[in-house]
Design a protein around this ligand. Structure first.
Ligand code: COA
Length: 442
């Protein structure tokens, strides 16, 4: 049987550009295999196949703009695939009823949709800039996060019950989330005690105009989404900030010398690439800072790669592009990449993949000023380094005050994973490396 595969509900966004076509006519595809990638100015998502089958013809190509209901391709569905999908749906309905019953027992309300009302599933979000709400709940990740693997019936089931699949661990084949996982997640959630904290969002809007003239200025999309992510990181991670300083007087002499050499190539070396190199050395010495806590909170996942995120303030809000494998790059390459990422961030040219996979973040306000701040950890990372403006100060050396260039550092860390002594050792070592880069060789 031939079927038109249409763009499903993509959250009401229209005219979204196709940036990748992942299949071609004649391909035999599986249910849920990704067909195309859509990318709006803020997010990218893959559209999965609703059924297994053979691709008869493609109706789209890269660069086309599509909305909900646009035809993507014609799929030749095999009988077996149809039967399988019908079976899955009936399993879903059965599971729906079981959970509905469980929820009713818990005095929760559940609406089980009629089978005829089942709509296409919103695809798993594969990549979002740091600002996404989901990211906020998991990761801005940066990290962006790993897409949830689940069949459409499980997705529908989870959506009806308000369960976020990215918070559920799959017990099925290859980590696939099955109905039982959703039920277990809901059961656990129902058993959680309700927070007694006041929720400001539940309170009525305050009328500030009572006291004088006001102007309401809508937040940008990045601000709204990164705000949700930052809020989530702030309330869910026990932060401690360790402040420190580094004497970068010698480093500055070296930087200026190198800068003069690199200038003819059009490369400007600021202190940030040098800080990145020192951070790489510190992360190699203290691997628990280059890690993530698993969701349950009983395992620390140490990363063998060093992908460093750099916070960039743009007119639309904060984004965190990532420099991959910073340990394998030289200073000139880091400087070039930083300038390119900063430029593309400001021109809204970053791709979601530019903002994924970070293992540690640096937020540098050194170009602006200030003496110290409390950076918010970029979940799922466990630490972030804040850098303030270097300043020349009198320092007592051998009984005499001499002018030295001092760089203020502020390291926020997740206290569930890192203890205060480790953070102090990290920042002291970082300061030593910045004072004398040769220390990174020891
Ligand atoms: N102390 C003293 N001066 C510093 C410094 C520090 N810690 N960090 C940077 N500077 C200086 C630089 O040397 C440069 O000086 P110059 O113009 O006289 O040569 C100036 O400040 C501007 O540097 P900047 O353009 O910010 O470069 P960078 O390499 O430090 O930062 C990016 C790279 C990507 C972060 C940068 O392009 C950018 O977007 N900067 C804006 C600041 C920002 O967004 N910070 C994050 C906020 S959350």
């Amino acid at each position: 049987m031939e079927q038109h595969v249409l763009v499903p509900d993509i959250g009401g966004v229209a005219d979204v550009e196709i940036v990748e076509v992942l299949v071609k006519p004649g391909d035999v595809i599986e249910q849920e295999q990704s067909l195309i990638t859509l990318e709006s100015d803020k997010a990218a998502m893959e559209i999965p196949a609703p059924h297994a089958g053979t691709i008869k013809s493609l109706n789209v190509s890269v660069g086309d703009k599509v909305s909900e209901g646009s035809s993507i391709l014609i799929l030749d569905i095999e009988e077996a695939a149809e039967t399988e999908s019908t079976q899955q749906d009936s399993v879903a309905v059965e599971a729906d009823e079981l959970v509905a019953q469980a929820l009713l027992e818990s005095e929760a309300e559940v609406e089980v949709e009629a089978e005829s009302e089942i709509k296409s599933e919103l695809p798993a979000i594969i990549a979002l800039p740091v600002e996404s709400k989901q990211l906020a709940e998991s990761q801005l990740s940066t990290d962006l996060r790993v897409p949830a693997h689940a069949s459409p019936s499980v997705r529908r089931f989870a959506r009806e019950l308000g369960a976020d699949l990215t918070h559920i661990s799959g017990s099925g084949r290859k980590g696939r989330i099955v109905h039982e996982d959703v039920k277990a997640f809901i059961k656990t959630s129902l058993q959680q005690p309700k927070s007694a904290l006041p929720n400001f969002a539940d309170q009525p809007e305050f009328d500030f105009s009572t006291f004088g003239e006001i102007e309401a200025k809508p937040l940008s999309k990045i601000q709204r989404l990164s705000g949700a992510h930052l809020h989530s990181c702030w309330v869910s991670i026990p932060h401690v900030t360790q402040h420190g300083e580094a004497d970068i007087s010698e480093l500055e002499v070296f930087r200026k010398k190198l800068n003069a050499e690199l200038e003819p190539q059009g490369i400007k070396l600021t202190v940030l690439p040098l800080i990145m190199k020192a951070v790489v050395a510190a992360l190699q010495k203290f691997p628990s800072f280059n890690a993530s806590l698993n969701r349950v909170g009983d395992e620390l996942i140490l990363k063998k790669y060093l992908h460093i995120g750099v916070a960039v303030d743009t007119p639309d809000g904060l984004v965190v592009p990532v420099i991959r494998d910073a340990d394998q790059k030289g200073l000139a390459e880091l400087a070039k990449e930083l300038a390119d990422l900063g430029q593309r961030a400001r021109n809204k040219k970053l791709k979601p993949s530019d903002m994924q996979g970070g293992s540690f973040t640096i937020s540098s306000l050194g170009g602006i000023g200030g003496t110290g701040f409390t950076p918010i950890i970029n979940h799922p990372e466990v630490a972030i380094l804040g850098v303030s403006r270097a300043d020349t100060r009198p320092v007592l050396v051998d009984g005499e005050f001499v002018p030295r260039l001092i760089l203020p550092l502020s390291l926020s860390y997740d206290h569930r994973v890192i203890d205060g002594a480790a953070a102090a050792r990290f920042i002291v070592y970082l300061g030593q490396v910045l004072s004398d880069l040769r220390r990174a060789l020891v």
